[in-house]
Design a binder for this molecule. Sequence first.
Ligand code: IMP
Length: 426
Amino acid sequence: MPATVVIGAQWGDEAKGKLVDSLAESASLVARFNGGDNAGHTVINAYGTFKVRLVPNGFSTPGALCAIGPGVVLNLNTLLQEIATIEASDLALSERLWISPRCHVVMPYHPLVEGIYEAAKGTGRTGTTGRGMGPVYADKVSYNGIRLYDLQQPEVLLEKLRIQLEVKNRLLQAFEAVPLQAKQVADEYLALFERLRPVVREPFGIVQDALQAGKQVLLEGAQGSLLDNTWGTYPFCTASDTLSGGACSGLGVAPRWIERVVGVTKAYTSRVGAGPMPTELLDSTGEVLRKEGQEYGTVTGRPRRCGWLDAEALRFTCQLNGVSELALTKLDVLDTLPAVKICTSYRAPASSQPAHYWEGNSAWLETVQPVYEELPGWQQPTRQLREFGDLPANARAFVQRVQELAGVKVSIVSVGPERNESILIQ
Ligand code: IMP
């Protein structure tokens, strides 16, 4: 049984957490491949309600191994807290958790450097989660990162910190921040590392073994495709590879193992932070979506920007990731609306031709107008329904139109936050 990748097909917050949690029920191994504690996956199941940022979402499946691949960057405090919370819920995790020593570590200067850049950009800021993602990945690609490997050897860590702080402290001081002491940071991080040491072991071998043995391997993406560092709305994006291909580099899984790519999309659109969002609604309908959909950031608590489903962007992310099936989440959020709209394409200024997401940069996307198709609403509750045929006819028509426009079949419709509140479509 080759690997399944689950990725966000929008700007993140597509309710991937719930989906991965339910797919994990039949998986032998669940692995994270990108991002860090900027992610926030909410899971509600028999063990409780969890908001996980780093631990792979197989933690609620006692038989599943959980792997964090080298593409992930780690905030050690967040990780240790998360492991403790999960283990306090009677879920043994440590013996089945494998964390790559190749993972880069978020150091205390990373969020500080990020804050300096965000302040300097003023109104043009990205609106990050403040978790130091940009600077930690920048240090990774410029050979200035500190990896878990370095924490295994105190003298190596101290020397690397000395070099980093020689540069970073000057920046911090120039912006009136307190400089950091190498020895103090090293001691703190070595102590944190000691608590993690038993689970820091390269997962490459167990991932390869599981693939070779034909076991179910689930590769869990964080954030969403439109936040990808290369194909997202740069510079209003995140620092990691959020696409299905990111699973290959972020975990060391060759493309030929990936058979199924599940793209997760909400029945509408949301985004946190700045950047273009052609279907954003600044009116009372946007407010209904935010309220009904509980659209507030898991990490920052910020209200999310909400709007109609953008099928132009969705078609693009399906192509980009090779999505083989879509999971359409939060359909129930639309239950009360008299009519629902879907954006089928864009119109650029002074053009009568349909324009596509991939044709221009973020500044250009700010200028396009969405072209909408309006469908009648269903104005009936759907949360208790478990069969596609039981959905109101207008809701079924909406799902069908989404798959036509995206060019990919919808195989799962989610109608509520709990594990069982889903409809599988054969
Ligand atoms: P960063 O990843 O914290 O650097 O933030 C960069 C952009 O990505 C900001 O617009 C964030 O709001 C957004 N972002 C990062 N992680 C997530 C996520 O898990 N869900 C939704 N948006 C995210």
